[in-house]
Structure formats: structure tokens, C-alpha cells
Design a protein around this ligand. Sequence first.
Ligand code: ADP
Length: 456
Amino acid sequence: MTRADQQTVFIANRGEIALRIIRACRRLGLRVVCGYSEADRGAPYLDLADAAICIGPAPASKSYLNIPAVIQAARLLGADLVHPGYGFLSENAGFAEAVTAAGMRLIGPSADVMRRMGDKVEAKAAMIAAGVPCVPGPDSTLPKDPAAIAAIAEEIGYPVILKAAGGGGGRGMRIVRDPAALAEACMLTRQEAERFFGNPDIYMEKFLQRPRHVEIQILADAHGTALWLGDRDCSMQRRHQKLIEEAPAPGIDRALIAEIGARCAASCREIGYVGAGTFEFLYEDGQFYFIEMNTRIQVEHPVTELVTGLDIVALQIDVALGAALPLSQDQVASAGHAIECRINAEDPESFSPSPGRVTGLHLPGGPGIRVETHIVAGAEVSAHYDSMIAKVIAHGATREEALSRACTALAELRIDGVRCNATLHAALLADPGFVAGGVSIHHFEQWLAAQEKADV
Ligand code: ADP
């Protein structure tokens, strides 16, 4: 008897990550079922599942974000476990509770842990307690009294950044460079926090001028083992949205990363974290500063899979099934370098989405190339969802080899019928700043501004 005979995984997600989870379930011999929206009806990846059911109309609020519809579909299809993927309901503690209340298990941490780490102020307090360094600023929400707020800002030193305690997705943040602008900035950020996240609490921290975004992947089981699986650099961003990710982060002292990684793993053991997760940091002048934890699988997990040789999604499902992690920290290896380019169906210059029918498709291959996509020729790219349609990931023995393989793969990629940003990626991979390694989170926007200047 194997657990495979008994367990069914319901995927509460769509697109490339749904396909990634289907593949992991197949590998584990599990039954796997999907919920889909009317816009995704007939998508080829659904044929790879054992069963699939419509959960509602195209708008995510009526389907992928509709908790009662998702729970009902999972029950109808006989699910024991629910995989939330990323985005949608993946960090919604109310959903985690609903899954448990319906007698199923969420592939992820408990609702309590998710709620605690989803509140950025609480997460920061937990990290400080675990000895993880954070961005300077109090580990509490701001008081109402303007004089008290001004005193906090003076103590931190300008510029400061205001952030929504319940925030996410790059929203509900405001930089304040000048004391005169503080009161109004607080008011506006509180209003945004209330509107976007239903929680007006905000907090303040030092605004770092030229940081890099470096994160640590962790994986923890229910038996007290928590491992860190290495680091990723995701500094290439536009409007706080990641565009290129790589592992490991170039040019950072490995001993320092190992120390931070060990602290992240220790804090997982302390808070009783089970599942895959990511600790996000800003890195500046040789120092790490924790900013937030993501309590789910991330888009960029494949770069870590390629350098460690681990199947993080399969391990994530395994630990949700109650298995102990099959390796110890000293068995976590890292070989070579990996780079991921997020291919979006959008205009490479204006960044406006380019939905429509994919009329022709050629995906790259060859040594060290992995492509994650649910798209096939004839597929419809819906305007209702995120524009990311594929991830091209390259692995090499060195960073140079990974870069060179990524360039060859991007040149080979052909997507007809919709516009995509492959040419933008090709230009970025040839940018001397990026090639040198270690760019800041502002690099891409500065690069764009320089291109625009050169064009006039
Ligand atoms: P979200 O949850 O909305 O993604 P984060 O707290 O992870 O918000 O921050 C998103 C991005 O905002 C970071 O990757 C970084 O680019 C920028 N950022 C956040 N905090 C700071 C800070 N203290 N100083 C400078 N930049 C910051």
C-alpha cells in the first residue's frame, strides 16, 4: 500500500504553476484534480489532471478567489489536500481555515502561522526575536499622535518608507524624504492600507538607497526539521515586480549567507512552520535586512531546484502528507548557477498586456534549459490574469555559462500571435551592469530611463 492510492490533491490555481503541481503529483503517484474558470475551460494542461471542474466565471474574484466555490469543487472531486500555488488564495489565512474546516489539508503552513507571518509587523517582531536582522525601524505599528510619529522618523533618519502592515504585491508603500511631507504621507498610506488590505495599520522603516533583493528558500516538515535551500537574487524588478531571478546571488560572502540561512531555518522551527517558504531580504553594504516572508511556493523556485537538484514542489507535497524531509542540511548541495526570465505576454516597450491567441509557438531546449509553460499553439492568453505565460530557466556550471545558455534560449523562443518581452530579456542579459552581477533593485528602471534617453 502506498499513500498514492489514497490521496487526491486539488489545485486551487491555474496556468504554469498548476501544470508544475500536476507534474509533481504524477511523480509522487498521487491523484490530482483541478478547478478552472470559464476563461480556462479547455486549457490543455487540464487534460493532464485526473479530473477538472469549473469553479466560476473568468474574473478571479468569481472563480480562483471565490473561497466557497473552490472548497466545494475540491470536495466534489474527492480532494484530501489542496495546493494553493502562488498568488490567488495562497496566503489567505481564511482560506487555510476553510480548507481545514472542510476536512482537507492545505499544502502550506497552518492558518495561524500564515496569519502571523502575513502581518509584516508581526513577522518582523518574530524575526527580531529569532535574531534575524531587519530594516531599522520599530517592530510595531505607528501610533496616531503626529508628534510621536515625527519622533520615530527622526530617530530612524530620513528617507523613511511607510508600509501597510497587511500589505503585499508592492502596494501600500510610500517613501518620505522630508519631515514636512510626513503627516500627509501617513494619512494617504493609512487610507490605501484600509482600501487595499482592510487594515489601516501602517509601520515605518528606513528607506535603503541602493539595496539588492536577496531571498532564502526554506522547507520545513512537521517533525522539527527545517532546511534552507540556498539564496536567490531577484533585484531585476519593475514596479516591485520581479523580472529576472538567479541562484546563487552573485558576489555575496557565502559564509554570511549561510549564517542568515541558518537563522531563517531556526526561526521556522521556532514558529512551527511547515511547508515551503521564502524569507525576503534587502541587502546593502554587506548587510542583510529582513523585509517579509512569503508562506507559499514562489514563481522563481526553479532556479533553486536547478542548483540544488531538489524537486521543491514534490517535497512540499510530501511534507504536507506528513513525511519527514529525506535529507539534512549538510546534504543540501549547490552546483553551478541558474537564471530565470519571466516571459510576459506584453509589449516589451510599453509593458501593456497583450492578450490574444497564440498562433505559433517554438520553445527552446538543449543542455541546461528548462521551460515552464502551460501555453501551446492555439492557446488563448486571457486578459483576466497575470500576463506571465512562460519561464525560461537556464542552468550552467558557472554564471557565464548560465547567461550564455539563457541568451541562446531566448533567441530560439518564438511566440506568435501575442507580443512578449523576450527581446527585452535578451537586451537585459547583455547589459554590462547585469553581466557584472549584483545590481540594485533600481537597476532595471534606471536602465529603461537610459534607453529612453538614447532613443530621443
Ligand atoms: P510587498 O509585500 O508588497 O512585495 P515588500 O515589503 O516585499 O512588499 O517590498 C517590495 C519591494 O519594495 C522590495 O523588493 C524593495 O524593492 C522595496 N522596498 C521595500 N522595503 C524597502 C526599504 N526599507 N528600503 C528600500 N526599498 C524597499
